[in-house]
Structures are given as structure tokens and as C-alpha cells.
Design a protein around this ligand. Structure first.
Ligand SMILES: [Zn+2]
Length: 246
């Protein structure tokens, strides 16, 4: 770290739980953010600002007017642009020292390879099919998965390490059958609820890399933004899960 780095990250370095070593660990880390929408927008900005050295952002979508209400990394002038290009420009404007890799063609064929390049994965997608595939890749590559979901006034957050004994994976929590895809296109979402969960996802990713505090492994945090209530429930490993019982 040079003098500019020490100054840029000084308010983090001053924390005894982070320090120079912790900041260096962040600078040396690679995070894969899948989806630069309502969840990925705040997490991408905070992780760039916090000095995560390499951020890989994946999204095939382009910015639409109806995204702007909650996907705050994208601005009105970005409508029609690829979300990853729009996001990369803002992230580099916040912090030109981080490396940003954009991926527009993430699919089943290259997912494992991208996960393999990453120390941790943040899932900010909004459908079960994609979430199951990301979970499978993370279990196979032994990579922690920070999973968040938002709809209406509700949020959920957890960290999955299904590759560890007794630790559940995402599919231990949700079976493939019988899940109706609910998304905010059909059900709506209050903008700051996405902001809350996106920033909490970034927080958990940093905490896992630095091994700090409550990591939410084997726990699901359920947030009701109307009550402003937070509760944690335990998630057990499903002994019949076909993904994490190898
Ligand atoms: Zn499982």
C-alpha cells in the first residue's frame, strides 16, 4: 500500500479488527457479483469503495427506466447501456485503483470457471433456477456464497458453505420443486429494502474474507422492513440434498 492507499482506506485501517493486514487481505481478494440490479448496485459500490482488489461483475441485461428506482448504480443517462458497463464506470469513478472485470455471457458452461477465480460469490439474481446453478458451482468450487433476496418489504440473507461438513447449501433450504418464482417485477419492492440487503450482502462478504463477527453460515436472517424486525433462524444441512452430500 502506498500513501494514497493508506489515506483512502484510513477509516477502515484504524479499526483494530481490520488494520493494515485486513485491508491488504481485501486488496488481495477477488469477489464475483452475479447481477448488478437492486442488490448488486449497492454491494458493487461499497465493495469498490472499501478496496476489494478485484471485482468481477456479471449481468447480461441492459439498463431500463423501471430499474432506476432501486438499481442506484445506474443513472438516467445509462438507459440502454449494458448494466456491467454502466456499473464499471461508477465503480472506477468511486475508486480507480480496483480492478473490474465485466462478464455479459455468464452461463452454465463458464460459471464454474468464474467461481473458481473468486474467493467469494455474491448472488444478486432474482430467480430460483439461476440461484440453484450458482449454489451448485459454489459447492463444487468450495467457494462461500453470500445469498440475498428481496421482495415487497421483505429481505433474506445468508452465507452458504455447503462444502463443509454439517453446513447447509442453498438447496438444503429450498427444494427445486414447488418453488414459485416471485420477483419484484411482478410483486414490487420498496427501493431502500434492496439497498439494505445489498449493503448487508457486501458487509457479510467482507466479514467472511476477514473472518470477522457473525457470518450467518447455517443461519437465515429474515428482515421485515415494515415492522423493521430482524430475526435469525437456523438452517440445517439436508442429509438428502443432492448438491452438498458428496
Ligand atoms: Zn445442500
Amino acid at each position: 500500500m502506498n500513501d494514497q492507499d493508506l489515506l483512502r482506506y484510513s477509516r477502515q485501517i484504524i479499526l483494530p479488527e481490520v488494520g493494515i493486514e485486513g485491508q491488504q487481505a481485501l486488496l488481495d481478494s477477488t469477489m464475483l457479483l452475479i447481477g448488478v440490479g437492486g442488490l448488486g448496485s449497492p454491494s458493487a459500490m461499497y465493495l469498490a469503495a472499501a478496496g476489494v482488489g478485484h471485482l468481477i461483475i456479471a449481468d447480461f441485461d441492459k439498463v431500463e427506466l423501471s430499474n432506476l428506482q432501486r438499481q442506484v448504480i445506474h443513472h438516467t443517462d445509462d438507459i440502454g447501456e449494458f448494466k456491467v458497463d454502466s456499473a464499471k464506470a461508477k465503480m472506477l469513478s468511486i475508486n480507480p485503483d480496483v480492478k473490474i472485470t465485466t462478464v455479459k455471457d455468464l452461463d452454465e458452461n463458464n460459471l464454474n470457471a468464474w467461481v473458481d477465480k473468486s474467493d467469494i460469490v455474491l448472488d444478486g439474481t432474482d430467480n430460483f433456477d439461476t440461484r440453484f446453478k450458482i449454489n451448485k458451482a459454489c459447492v463444487e468450487q468450495k467457494t462461500p456464497l453470500v445469498s440475498a433476496a428481496v421482495i415487497r418489504f421483505e429481505g433474506q440473507l445468508s452465507v452458504f458453505k455447503g462444502y463443509e461438513a454439517e453446513k447447509p447449501c442453498y438447496q438444503c433450504l429450498y427444494s427445486v420443486e414447488g418453488n414459485n418464482d416471485e420477483n419484484c417485477t411482478d410483486n414490487g419492492i420498496l427501493a431502500p429494502v434492496a439497498g439494505m440487503l445489498g449493503t448487508m450482502q457486501a458487509l457479510q462478504a467482507i466479514k467472511v474474507i476477514l473472518n470477522l463477527g457473525e457470518q450467518l453460515v447455517g443461519k437465515l436472517m429474515i428482515i421485515d422492513a415494515l415492522d423493521l424486525s430482524f430475526r435469525n433462524v437456523t438452517i440445517n444441512k439436508d442429509k438428502s440434498c443432492t448438491i452438498c452430500n458428496k
